[in-house]
Write a protein that binds this ligand. Structure first.
Ligand code: FEO
Length: 399
């Protein structure tokens, strides 16, 4: 099938990865795509490439539009290998001496990845590059989400090639936001919560900068998923909201269990929270993927974590999740811990220590119950839930 012409003379020559289900630890239940864009102008320009294993398909897609050897230059917006893995094949095919435009950090990182003496052309933030009837402008977006990341803006067409930002892991026949609705916002939210959340403050600054520059967007083209053409402002507004991390009237109860004691405690905590009129989601860590749980954490005010004590430690799935969540740096949360134990019972204290290290405000020292909760134990968990629910209701929204 001939690549899609997304605007006059601009083609999406990327590939769809229908069957990927684990993207470096992120569950990609709906697959993904690696978008790459070919601009036909006086200088034929390729923006980004794809994963190494899809290099042939990328070159085949390009060859349906133009002989790849006729490409005059490549833009690398981001070094991560889902967008650069095919670069060695592409550069070999088009000519190793063709200019490869990237940020300064892009040059450094591409060199560290590929050890190739390509014709790097490192660009400054704001630098422009005429390619014929059109002009490209490069916008550094350092640490969104790698040191090398940048956007490329096509001024005449008002198209932003945004690399990972505004993307979603979604593989489908649809290519634009107007072809599917609610589910794509969920995928975009999941992408933000798992890839960009730790850079929320930088994202807000970038959005301010974009507003200052008065850049207009007719289309935003991320490197994953669908392209935003109907309403690009919608995804920008969503990023502003997610980056502000204004929590909702919502709690998540994240737990694992060995002999269902901690699960009984979780049920009672959930019940107590519900009684306070707060939305609550119980999330068993072996029934829900960590990346889906992070999506729920994004707009929750309370994060409640339950673990049995296993061999004087946390249950391993809880350790895994706490490490993952800590790295993503969610803010403005309140928290508490609970768990059953046999004889030593360190888990609740360990969880509480970790939650405090994440700057979560503990609303309670936590509930520990030996072996199996009796009615008094269930009542203690209900009380914990009510306390959390009341704290969520009372929480002031951060300025
Ligand atoms: Fe889609 Fe940061 O790579």
């Amino acid at each position: 099938m001939k690549p899609l012409e997304i605007a006059k003379g601009i083609f999406d020559v990327g590939v769809t990865d229908w069957n990927i289900r684990d993207f470096h630890g992120y569950s990609t239940d709906m697959g993904t795509s690696y978008n790459a864009f070919l601009i036909l102008d006086d200088k034929i320009t390729l923006i980004d490439t794809v994963k190494k294993e899809f290099a042939d398909q990328l070159l085949h897609n390009i060859s349906q539009i133009v002989d790849p050897a006729r490409i005059d230059m490549v833009i690398s917006n981001h070094t991560e290998m889902d967008h650069s893995g095919a670069l060695p094949r592409v550069m070999h095919k088009i000519g190793e001496d063709k200019p490869l435009y990237c940020s300064k950090m892009g040059q450094k990182n591409l060199s560290l990845h590929f050890s190739q003496k390509w014709n790097y052309q490192a660009v400054e933030n704001g630098e422009t590059l005429p390619i014929g009837k059109r002009t490209l402008q490069f916008l550094e977006t350092r640490m969104l989400h790698w040191p090398d990341s940048m956007f490329t803006y096509l001024a005449e067409d008002k198209i932003l090639f945004s690399s990972d930002a505004f993307g979603q892991h979604y593989a489908g026949p649809e290519k634009f936001d107007d072809q599917l609705d609610a589910q794509i916002m969920h995928q975009a939210k999941k992408y933000y919560a798992n890839i960009l959340l730790l850079y929320a403050a930088k994202t807000l600054k970038l959005l301010e900068k974009v507003t200052e520059l008065k850049l207009e967007f007719k289309m935003i083209c991320p490197d994953h998923g669908i392209l935003w053409r109907k309403d690009p402002a919608r995804i920008i507004k969503a990023y502003a909201e997610w980056s502000a991390q204004k929590p909702g009237r919502k709690a998540v109860v994240i737990y694992d269990t060995m002999w269902q004691s901690t699960e009984k405690m979780a049920d009672a905590v959930v019940q107590g929270i519900k009684e306070q009129g707060v939305e609550v989601k119980p999330l068993h860590l072996r029934r829900n993927h960590r990346s889906d749980i992070m999506t729920e954490v994004l707009d929750a005010k309370a994060v409640v974590v339950g673990s049995p004590t296993l061999n004087n430690c946390l249950f391993p799935t809880i350790s895994d999740f706490l490490t993952y969540m800590k790295g993503l740096k969610p803010r403005h949360k309140i928290a508490a811990a609970f768990g059953s134990y046999g004889w030593s019972g360190e888990a609740v204290k360990m969880i509480s220590t970790e939650l405090e290290a994440m700057d979560f405000a503990l609303v309670d020292p936590g509930v520990r119950i030996q072996y199996v909760p009796d009615q008094a134990g269930i009542d203690a968990c209900l009380a914990l839930g009510r306390k959390i629910g009341a704290a969520v209701s009372a929480a002031e929204t951060p300025a």
